[in-house]
Design a protein around this ligand. Structure first.
Ligand SMILES: C[S@@+](CC[C@H](N)C(=O)[O-])C[C@H]1O[C@@H](n2cnc3c(N)ncnc32)[C@H](O)[C@@H]1O
Length: 247
């Protein structure tokens, strides 16, 4: 945890107001190679996790979805492909949104969605509006997780659902040393050789370790007035899907 004046950026403690700029630099640097690196880093497993996430979402034609920290669009596109009526793909970083826009045009999805450059901690959106709010691999990068959770709850309509997919804490003991070696040796190596940015990928590995464990994130969701909060571990807890409802 951090006090109000400082927060964590990976394993470093930095002034709270500096974190957004540092995170922005990471994603500006990786945006053009982000999709390739995701496949390499996770050995393609992120695609399986995202498929499970969107199945959990259960897109339908009447659904208005807000995808927070949507990056280059994987969740938004999968939801639209699987029948979601309308989606707002929002992200704080224009470089990531530019890649998302190109991909949306290529897929012919641009008429069914909007792109919004916005900070998930302060959404320029009305109360009680969306049927679902998703955030995939985004919450970890936000400075004020509780503010994001409160905003998600605010913009959901009563009966709407919040879903978060995020790296989490390995719950299978035998997996932990392998996963540590992979995160702190292989990931920075891939960052150096493929993305040409070792620091950015070191940050990713470190930020995963600083993120709240499954039960702590669940209690923070409850504190943000989300109800019936549950989670499901994926790949032995390497990632987890948290779910909460606005009732
Ligand atoms: C790891 S990417 C995830 C992108 C996408 N959701 C996916 O699953 O592929 C994290 C995204 O979080 C965005 N981000 C970081 N801080 C944010 C904030 N405060 N508000 C909105 N987006 C933010 C970054 O710009 C980046 O695009």
């Amino acid at each position: 945890m951090s006090d109000n004046a400082t927060t964590h950026f990976g394993f470093r403690t930095v002034p709270t107001e500096a974190k957004k700029g540092l995170v922005r630099e990471v994603f500006e640097s990786v945006a053009p190679r982000y999709d390739l690196m995701n496949d390499l880093m996770s050995l393609g497993i992120h695609r399986v996790w995202k498929r499970i996430f969107v199945t959990t979402l259960g897109p339908r034609p009447s659904m208005r979805l807000l995808d927070l920290a949507g990056g280059t669009g994987d969740i938004t596109f999968a939801a639209l492909d699987r029948g979601c009526g309308h989606a707002v793909l929002s992200d704080i970083n224009p470089a990531m949104l530019r890649v998302a826009e190109e991909r949306a045009v290529e897929r012919g999805l641009i008429g069914r969605m909007e792109l919004l450059c916005a900070d998930a901690e302060r959404l320029p959106l009305p109360d009680d509006h969306f049927d679902a709010v998703t955030i995939a691999f985004g919450l970890r990068n936000c400075t004020d997780i509780d503010a994001v959770l409160r905003e998600a709850q605010r913009v959901l309509r009563p009966g709407g659902r919040f879903l978060c997919l995020e790296f989490s804490r390995v719950t299978v003991a035998a997996l932990a040393p392998v996963y540590d070696a992979y995160s702190f040796r292989v990931l920075p190596f891939l960052g150096r050789t493929v993305a040409k940015d070792e620091e950015a990928y070191r940050y990713l590995a470190e930020s995963i370790r600083r993120f709240p464990r499954q039960p702590e994130l669940a209690s923070r969701m409850t504190a943000a007035k989300l109800e019936r909060v549950t989670w499901r571990d994926l790949s032995g807890g390497i990632a987890a899907i948290h779910s909460g409802w606005k009732l």
